[in-house]
Design a protein around this ligand. Sequence first.
Ligand code: RB5
Length: 154
Amino acid sequence: MSASATHAPSEGKATVAIASDHAGPELKAVIAAQLREAGFPVLDLGTDGAASVDYPTFADAVAAALADGRAGLGVLICGTGIGISIAANRHRHVRAALCHSPTDARLTRLHNDANVLVLGARTTGIEVAKDCVATFFSTEFEGGRHARRVAMLG
Ligand code: RB5
């Protein structure tokens, strides 16, 4: 996808900032490899080990990368995806969508112009997660009536 082609284009693709808490490094590595394979530059903001960390820190890191232009889109992972979604959506420029299916991923790009895909490492299997990624990063915002609603978000 072009992701509005606003950030660091490499072959026209936006840089994707990716981060997880300690529940998600394994899934993060799989998703980062998938994104690189698909031609997206990836900015990996950690965490990389099993040591317990705090998910808001990593949501904030991806939000900062989106705000300062180092990335145009993001992926966040925690155990359920819930805590890190709540944290990410505290930032007005972030529209983080927790997805459990490719249908969620498709509709949140089409209707919400979501700029951060959130996955639950303990609640979503790897193959489904990869399908969510493939769909999210290949679906364009539909605009139209949805643009008005997205503008109302802030
Ligand atoms: C960490 O144990 C866990 O609470 C976190 O990954 C996440 O699921 C929170 O929403």
